[in-house]
Design a protein around this ligand. Structure first.
Ligand code: IMP
Length: 185
């Protein structure tokens, strides 16, 4: 997997770079559990559609939904590359959204919001489908890198503008399987 543990366990080599332990498994769990509580309070009986944004959010989403006891439906969407931002076409074809979200409460689930470009594009496309509400839950948020002003309703942790890997987040396709989150050295 391109991941090799150093002897101290606090740093790992992923692909061709060293990363140091930044957010422990325990801290991730705590953050997810308080976010789940806030989500339950916000949605109650509304039976929202939860929409994890692939690929990075698959582990976060899997842990988050297991903390929820409310009713919800789940569907996945796939983020496009920056190149794809400029192409045209129907989002349902390009990101594989099969559920009808019109009139439904939708919560996008993202691993990290950095510049916010991906999410801005996603929000615009989904808003055209007229959901009753459209909000975002992200595990990580980099305020210093953020270039937009759309509100992010649920934020797990704010982090500085430095590259991180692990817990679903990859570095050049590597490191998604790390259980904690590591920051580049
Ligand atoms: P954006 O800049 O908010 O559009 O972020 C786009 C995507 O880049 C995110 O959904 C992540 O997949 C990825 N990304 C941004 N920052 C990081 C990072 O620090 N580590 C790994 N992936 C990142």
């Amino acid at each position: 997997m391109g991941k090799k543990k150093h002897s101290d366990g606090k740093t790992v080599r992923v692909h061709d770079r060293d990363f140091r332990l930044y957010i422990s498994e325990q801290k991730i769990r705590k953050s997810i559990s308080s976010m789940a509580e806030a989500i339950e309070q916000a949605y109650g009986e509304l039976n929202p559609i939860l929409l994890p944004v692939l690929n990075g959010s698959f582990i976060f989403a899997a842990d988050l939904v297991r903390e929820l006891s409310m009713n919800f439906e789940l569907a996945f969407i796939k983020a496009q590359s920056y190149d794809a931002f400029h192409s045209t076409g129907d989002i349902s074809e390009r990101i594989g959204l099969e559920l009808d979200i019109r009139g439904r409460h939708v919560l996008l689930i993202e691993d990290i919001i950095d510049t916010g470009n991906t999410m801005a594009w996603m929000l615009k496309k989904l808003a055209e489908k007229q959901p009753a509400s459209l909000d975002i839950a992200t595990l990580l948020f980099k305020p210093e890198a953020y270039l937009h002003d759309f509100p992010i309703r649920f934020v797990g942790m704010e982090i500085p503008d430095a590259f991180v890997v692990g817990y679903g987040l990859d570095y050049d396709g590597h490191g998604r399987n790390l259980k904690a989150i590591y920051q580049v050295c």
